[in-house]
Design a protein around this ligand. Sequence first.
Ligand SMILES: Nc1ncnc2c1ncn2[C@@H]1O[C@H](COP(=O)(O)OP(=O)(O)O)[C@@H](O)[C@H]1O
Ligand SMILES: [Mg+2]
Length: 207
Amino acid sequence: MPIVAIVSQKGGSGKTTLAIHLAVRAVASGKLTYVIDTDPQATAAAWGDWRGDYQPEVITSPPARLTRTIQTLTKGGGEFIVIDTPPHADAAAREAVKAADLVLIPTRLRAFDLHAIEATAELVGFAGTPAFVLLNAVPARATRQVDAAIQAVDGYGLKVCPVRFGERAAFHQASATGEVAAEINVETKAAAEVEALWQWVGQQIGN
Ligand SMILES: Nc1ncnc2c1ncn2[C@@H]1O[C@H](COP(=O)(O)OP(=O)(O)O)[C@@H](O)[C@H]1O
Ligand SMILES: [Mg+2]
């Protein structure tokens, strides 16, 4: 079963937003999808509560139980898993990276955020799971910032995902209501970006 881990040592980089949007897109393609929330702050789980009975189900799991949780979900017929992780948590991130087929590392373009990639790069490099940095909340007309970010990511020995998420209110608004951007308005740029990401993820791991 395809497993995507969302990892970044920096809080606020967009991990949970990315995790829930990717998971809902997997649901839309008919896959029995789960989000495993390993963050003690349980942001994805709170979103799952607001969402109610609509899929994906969000399962909270401490990192030490992650392998077991994945086994249980696989036995139950799970077809796609997205693992959301906490910031500043080597153990949790390491377990998620080990379990995953693909790692996505969202980052904003600010210098502090880019700097935090170094720690994540080390962690990912050790496990050998394919990993890509996803440039998130990219402001409009930020070509120079994007170029600098790509250069920084390159310097840490990581690849950049060709799909980027712009700075878009739709990502923010949707999450707060237990939805995703496409459910509020499928015509939004945010929805198109998620679609592009889903297609690209499919090319990487055959979802
Ligand atoms: N592309 C984006 N455009 C606008 N707001 C975003 C975007 N990605 C994330 N956000 C907002 O940024 C904040 C932090 O995102 P979150 O996904 O909770 O990060 P993390 O899980 O890494 O701490 C949230 O308020 C979220 O709605
Ligand atoms: Mg989070």
